[in-house]
Write a protein that binds this ligand. Structure first.
Ligand code: FCB
Length: 449
């Protein structure tokens, strides 16, 4: 297999998100969030499950951090739960919430682990959703307030900030497809959410610059950069339109390129843009976070709302049914490098893979081991791409595996396991899987044995 050389300062990390791992949903002064509400809706989440207990990281973080340290990870990407910090979404700050993240960061630092905090990974305070959530432009003011509290209270302990995780999922899964909280299906609302999420990101970055804090700040996208299903011109165009709607609509304005032409020309009124907004969104960022799982083939479809549709793939799939497409990661990283070159007058913007991994049907052997060979193969293939694109000039500086632990996989509940550490959800016992040992060896420089 390909030799995988990574520089000594390559940032190896694991990633999680508050609602998916913390539990303690009704403890520590945490307010209600949209996932508490959505998971109560019949049929919304597999088997009616929720994040009330999840992995109980709220209480078990020292054990999780000890495991990370033992495996050699250098960074932990976690998210801050907005309803723990400001339970009503606006106004009163909850000292217990602040104290929790301070304890978490201090424990990470004590173990020599760098702290990467995502400000928003989907657990919106319910009172804000009651005002329309991401569809209401006023949310940007609430986000500004919340981000400032994070900077002020945690700024001395955070080594890297991510404003928002996957704006695509916030806007489209939440407000267009209705498969994530708050579960709405409305094209107009989804487009308002797109714009408000972009605005919130820009505002959070410009507020950050006023604090004098020096840790890098960026955003995490899940760029969908599909390939054309065939070489027919209409399919090539369909792939471009799909990329415009799913990806460029988020990335381009943040990089100072405005909304993509495919949208402004062909669907001129979909974005509720006001004068001055593009300047607010286009704040210089220090890095780009990329979440990658799969790539899809797209074809023209006159009947579809935006005239494109996804076609079946031939590749093997993960337990999510997602095709395994490492070549798509290569295409995507090259494309991102190209489009971000020169943004904000910088020669290049560093990239981090802030999530990559797969769900497998893991089996615990009678001896208590998890030989997750399929996950190891998936990781090997994607890491080989990472090593290779660095040689081709992609400024890739780090890789976070999704996920540290099996956890609450949103609408799939606990049915899909993405962890490199197995969690028995009855006892909450953690057991590193073989993939955790594979990553340990990779980090230690023995990936190709
Ligand atoms: C990403 C999410 C993350 C996790 C993975 C599997 O879209 O950011 O929380 O659920 O998918």
């Amino acid at each position: 297999m390909a030799k995988m050389d990574f520089s000594a300062d390559f940032l190896w990390g694991t990633a999680t998100a508050s609602y998916q791992v913390e539990g303690a949903a009704y403890e520590g002064g945490r307010g209600p969030c949209i996932w508490d509400t959505f998971s109560r809706r019949p049929g919304a989440v597999y088997a009616g499950e929720n994040g009330n207990v999840a992995c109980d990281q709220y209480h078990r973080y020292p054990e999780d951090i000890a495991l990370m340290a033992e495996l050699g990870f250098k960074s932990y990407r976690f998210s801050i739960a907005w309803p723990r910090i400001i339970p009503e979404g606006r106004g009163k700050v909850n000292p217990e919430g602040i104290a929790y993240y301070r304890r978490l960061c201090e424990e990470l630092r004590k173990n020599g682990i760098h702290t990467c905090a995502t400000i928003y990974h989907w657990d919106l305070p319910q009172p804000l959703q009651d005002e329309g959530g991401w569809t209401n432009r006023n949310i940007t003011g609430a986000f500004k307030e919340y981000a400032n509290v994070c900077y002020k209270e945690l700024g001395d302990l955070v080594d890297m900030w991510i404003t928002i995780n996957e704006p695509f999922c916030v806007a489209y899964l939440g407000y267009l497809w209705g498969v994530h909280a708050p579960g709405e299906r409305d094209q107009k609302k989804a487009m308002a959410a797109v714009h408000n999420v972009n605005m919130a990101h820009g505002i959070a970055v410009s507020e950050y610059r006023k604090t004098g804090l020096k840790a890098p700040i960026g955003i995490t996208w899940n760029p969908n950069t599909p390939r054309a299903a065939t070489s027919r011109e209409e399919d090539k165009k369909a792939a471009l339109i799909s990329r415009a709607f799913n990806t460029e609509i988020f990335i381009f304005p943040c990089l100072g390129k405005g909304y993509p032409e495919h949208i402004t020309k062909n669907f001129p009124d979909v974005i509720p843009l006001k004068e001055g907004d593009l300047e607010i969104i286009a704040q210089p960022i220090d890095f780009i976070g990329v979440n990658f799982y799969t790539e899809s083939p797209e074809a023209a479809d006159e009947k579809a709302p935006y005239k494109y549709t996804s076609k079946p793939s031939w590749q093997d799939t993960t337990a999510m049914g997602w095709p395994i497409t490492p070549a798509g990661l290569e295409r995507q990283l090259l494309w991102l490098t190209e489009i971000s070159k020169g943004a904000f007058g910088k020669a290049e913007i560093p990239l981090y893979i802030t999530e990559n991994g797969c769900a497998c049907d893991d089996i615990v052997t009678p001896a208590g081991r998890i030989h997750d060979k399929e996950r190891i193969k998936y990781l090997q293939k994607h890491l080989a791409v990472c090593a290779d694109v660095i040689k081709k000039g992609v400024p890739l500086k780090g890789y976070y595996v999704w996920s540290l632990l099996d956890n609450f996989e949103w609408a799939y509940g606990y049915a899909k396991r993405f962890g490199i550490i197995h969690v028995d959800f009855k006892t909450l016992k953690r057991t590193p899987k073989d993939s955790a040992y594979f990553l340990r060896d990779t980090i230690a420089g023995f990936a190709d044995i």
